[in-house]
Design a protein around this ligand. Structure first.
Ligand code: NAD
Length: 502
C-alpha cells in the first residue's frame, strides 16, 4: 500500500528546502516567530506523516500583523505608489508565481492532497491569471462628477464628485480545498484597490500562503502590505475578525463560520464578503448529449475529490435516461485510480485530513441509515492516508441529510424527475445557492433554467467554469458579495463624496 503515499524523491530542491525551513509568521515584511509557543502540525494526507509545523498566531501576533498592515496603508511607500506601479508589482508577482510554479504546486500537493497535475495547471496558472487580470483594474478605479441641486441653497454654485478610496486593512480568511488560489482571490482585488492585507490560511494548509508573502516582497510589493498569520480559526481567526483595526473581512469557508463572522463584522461595522458552502445541483434532461453529460456529471463531483464548494453533489436525471446516466457515472467512479497527489498517474487523491475522511464516511453511513443505496464506493481505503472511494448514492429523497447538507467529499446523491418543473423545484430545494448546471440541447429550456435556478453561478452543458473576469458568489446560505471580476475590486473601495463651493 506504499504506492498510496507520496514519494518525496519526486520533489524538486526548492520545495524540499522550503519544507525543511522553520516556518515563521509573515509580519511587516519579515518571517517572525509567534509571541506564543503553540504550533500546528502539518500532515501529508497521503500518508498521515507530519511534514512540518507552523506557529499558531496569538492575539498579540494578530495585533502586530494588523498594525503592520495599517502602517503600510497609511505611512508606507504603498500609500504613495501610483496605480500603474501597483499594477506592475502585481504583474511581477504573477510572473514569480509562474517561475516558482513547480515549487508552489509541490508544496500544495503535499500539504492538501490535491493532484500535482491540478496544482500545476490550475492553482499556479489561475493564480497568475487572477493577479494579471486584477492588476489591470489598479489603473481603472474611477469616481464620478455629479451635478448637485442642493435646493435649500438657491444661491450656491458647486462642483461635486465622488472618489473611490481603498477600504483599508483587509483580512482574507481562506479554506483548505484550493489554498493558493483562494489566497490570491482575496489578495489580488485588495491590492488593485490599494488596500493592505492580513491573510489567514486554513489550519492544515498554510504553506503556499507563506511562500506567496515572500514572493510578494520579491515582486516589489512593500513590507507590511501582505502579512500572513497561521493558526486555527478559534484562536487566530477569531482574533482577526474581532480586531478593531480591520476594515473589511473577505472570507471563504463554511456557512456556519460565515454566519459567525457576519455577526462580528456587524458589531464593529466592518465591510465583509462571504463565499460559503454549496450543494450544487446538476440537472440532466432527456435531450442532453449524454456523451458529454455523463463524464461532466462525474467530474462535477469527483474533481478535487469532491472538496469543491461548487461540487455538483446533487444529480437530478430525467426518469427516461436515469439508469443509463447512473450506470455511466458509476462506471467512471469505479475506474478512477486513487493515489497520492505527487504521482501523475493518480486520478483522485486523499481527502485533506483524517478528520475530513471521518466526516465524509459519517455522511455515507447516515445516508445508508436513512434508506439510501450505495451504487458504488462507500468506504475508506485500508491505509494511513485519508482516502475515500468515489461514492454514488441512489434511492435518496429530498429530506435526507446527504441530500440537504454539504458533505465536501466524493459523494454523489442521485434522484430522478419526470418534468422540468419538478427538476427545478428539486434543484432549488436547498439552503444553499452557489452553483447549478443544466444539460440540454433545448435553447428555450436553457433560458428557463438560467432564470429559474436560485444560485449565483449557472452553467449550461458544463459545470464549474470560473474566470478572473466573472464575478463569483452565492445566494442564500452560500454567501454575500463576490470574489473575482470588477465587482470584487469595487467591493474593496469606499465611496467618498466631495462638494466644492465655487
Ligand atoms: P471553515 O469555515 O471551517 O474554515 C474556513 C477558514 O475560516 C479557515 O481558515 C478557518 O481557520 C477559519 N475559521 C474557522 N473558524 C473561525 C472563526 N471562528 N473566526 C475566524 N475564522 C475562522 O471551512 P473549511 O472546513 O476550512 O472549508 C470548507 C468550507 O469552505 C466548505 O463549506 C466549502 O463549501 C467552503 N468553500 C467555499 C468556497 C466559495 O467560494 N463559496 C470556496 C471554497 C470552499
Amino acid at each position: 500500500m506504499n504506492a498510496l503515499s507520496n514519494d518525496f524523491n519526486l520533489l524538486g530542491v526548492e520545495s524540499r528546502a522550503f519544507l525543511e525551513q522553520e516556518h515563521g509568521l509573515r509580519i511587516g515584511g519579515r518571517a517572525v516567530p509567534s509571541a506564543g509557543d503553540r504550533k500546528v502540525a502539518l500532515v501529508d494526507p497521503s500518508s498521515g506523516n507530519v511534514v512540518g509545523h507552523v506557529p499558531e498566531a496569538t492575539a498579540e501576533d494578530v495585533d502586530a500583523a494588523v498594525g503592520a498592515a495599517r502602517q503600510a496603508l497609511e505611512e508606507g511607500p504603498w500609500a504613495r505608489m501610483r496605480p500603474h506601479e501597483r499594477a506592475l508589482a502585481m504583474s511581477r508577482l504573477a510572473d514569480l508565481i509562474e517561475e516558482c510554479g513547480r515549487e508552489l504546486a509541490e508544496l500544495e500537493t503535499i500539504n492538501s492532497g490535491r493532484l500535482i497535475g491540478n496544482t500545476r495547471a490550475f492553482d499556479v496558472e489561475f493564480s497568475a491569471h487572477v493577479l494579471r487580470y486584477m492588476s489591470g483594474w489598479a489603473t481603472k478605479i474611477e469616481g464620478r462628477t455629479v451635478d448637485i441641486s442642493a435646493p435649500y441653497m438657491p444661491a450656491g454654485e458647486f462642483f461635486s464628485f465622488t472618489r473611490r478610496e481603498p477600504v483599508g486593512v483587509v483580512v482574507g480568511i481562506v479554506p483548505w480545498n484550493v489554498p493558493l488560489c483562494q489566497a490570491v482571490w482575496k489578495l489580488a482585488p485588495a491590492l488593485a484597490a490599494g488596500c493592505t492585507v492580513v491573510l489567514k490560511p486554513a489550519e492544515p494548509t498554510p504553506l503556499t500562503a507563506l511562500r506567496l508573502a515572500d514572493l510578494a516582497l520579491e515582486a516589489g510589493i512593500p513590507a507590511g502590505v501582505v502579512n500572513v498569520v497561521t493558526g486555527s480559526g478559534a484562536v487566530t481567526g477569531a482574533a482577526l475578525v474581532s480586531h478593531p483595526g480591520v476594515d473589511k473581512i473577505s472570507f471563504t469557508g463554511s456557512t456556519a463560520t460565515g454566519r459567525l463572522i457576519a455577526t462580528h463584522a456587524a458589531a464593529s461595522f466592518k465591510k465583509y464578503n462571504l463565499e460559503l458552502g454549496g450543494k450544487s445541483p446538476v440537472v440532466i434532461m432527456p435531450d442532453a448529449d449524454l456523451e458529454k453529460a455523463i463524464p461532466g456529471a462525474a467530474w462535477a463531483i469527483f474533481g478535487n475529490h469532491g472538496q469543491n464548494c461548487c461540487a455538483g453533489s446533487r444529480l437530478y436525471v430525467h426518469e427516461t435516461v436515469f439508469d443509463k446516466v447512473l450506470e455511466g457515472v458509476a462506471d467512471i467512479a469505479r475506474s478512477l485510480r486513487l493515489g497520492p497527489g505527487l504521482d501523475p498517474a493518480s486520478q483522485m487523491g486523499p481527502l485533506v485530513s483524517r478528520a475530513q475522511q471521518q466526516r465524509v464516511l459519517g455522511y455515507i453511513e447516515a445516508g445508508r441509515r436513512e434508506g439510501a443505496t450505495v451504487l458504488t464506493g462507500g468506504s475508506a481505503l485500508d491505509h494511513a492516508g485519508s482516502y475515500v472511494e468515489p461514492t454514488v448514492l441512489v434511492n435518496t429523497t429530498q429530506h435526507m441529510r446527504v441530500v440537504q447538507e454539504e458533505i465536501f467529499g466524493p459523494v454523489l446523491v442521485a434522484s430522478r424527475f419526470s418534468d422540468e418543473a419538478e427538476a427545478l423545484r428539486m434543484a432549488n430545494e436547498s439552503e444553499y445557492g452557489l452553483g447549478a448546471s443544466i444539460w440540454t440541447r433545448d435553447i428555450g429550456r436553457v433560458h428557463r433554467f438560467i432564470r429559474g435556478f436560485k444560485a449565483g453561478n449557472v452553467w449550461v452543458n458544463v459545470h464549474n467554469v470560473l474566470d478572473s473576469a466573472l464575478p463569483f458568489g452565492g445566494t442564500k446560505g452560500s454567501g454575500v458579495g463576490h470574489d473575482l471580476g470588477e465587482q470584487s475590486v469595487l467591493d474593496h473601495t469606499r465611496i467618498k463624496a466631495a462638494v466644492i463651493s465655487l
